[in-house]
Write a protein that binds this ligand. Structure first.
Ligand code: GDP
Length: 204
């Protein structure tokens, strides 16, 4: 069995603070935060839980795409992990999709405490139109971005190598400040690397 390094102290006691529907509900004392984004069902909750070693910190919504809130978890005073609403669920009403678009664009473009974005894409179908929209916004905000190709356990080695090459080529067209790594919550692959980047962003 693989032995994990000890959890960095900043990630040890995440506390749910607020599930914000409107920008005025966003926490105001943040000096450094890292946000997670991805299409619904991409494995975002599983990734947050693996990275923080908390089984039930981020919860899967029963109805995908219905949870439109931005969830803030306090790590330390002034330091947060932020769970952005999952996107791309086809049956979400137009009005909710518009709400998502406005809220996320506003969040990414104005949030000065935001130090980095963890953008999750399904390794079997990365670079959906909304994934590309996220890359456009993060590049416009000059936001360092760490792409996780999730559910890597579902791809063979060769297919993963091809996918990595393709996604790395594409993201380079958006910004030089994007890296791409395979990730599997099930096999715990890429967890420590993602964690190390998140801690660097939070403590820089
Ligand atoms: P979210 O909607 O993005 O928060 O996604 P969840 O974390 O709830 O995961 C969605 C589904 O994908 C669930 O059925 C998970 O069990 C599954 N899943 C999540 N991570 C992995 C992974 O690394 N490998 C595999 N095979 N399945 C995963």
């Amino acid at each position: 069995m693989r032995r994990d390094s000890p959890l960095p102290s900043i990630l040890r006691e995440p506390q749910f603070v607020v599930s914000a529907h409107l920008p005025k509900q966003w926490v105001v004392d943040s000096v450094a935060e890292v946000a997670f984004a991805g299409r619904s069902n991409v494995g975002k909750s599983s990734a947050i839980n693996a990275i923080t070693q908390r089984r039930g910190l981020a919860r899967t919504s029963k109805i995908p795409g219905r949870t439109q809130q931005i969830v803030f978890f306090r790590l330390r005073p002034g330091h947060y992990l932020v769970d952005l609403p999952g996107y791309g669920y086809a049956r979400v009403p137009q009005a909710l999709q518009e709400h998502w678009r406005h809220t996320i664009e506003a969040y990414l473009s104005t949030r000065s405490a935001l130090k980095g974005l963890v953008l999750l894409m399904d390794a079997r179908r990365p670079l959906t139109p909304l994934d590309n929209q996220m890359l456009t916004w993060s590049a416009a905000a000059t936001l360092p971005t760490y792409v996780l190709l999730t559910k890597a356990d579902k791809l063979g080695r060769g297919a993963m190598a091809d996918t990595l090459r393709r996604v790395r080529n594409t993201v380079a067209d958006y910004s030089a400040d994007v890296v791409v790594h395979p990730f599997s919550a099930v096999q715990r692959a890429g967890v420590e690397e993602a964690r190390a980047q998140i801690v660097l962003w939070l403590e820089q």
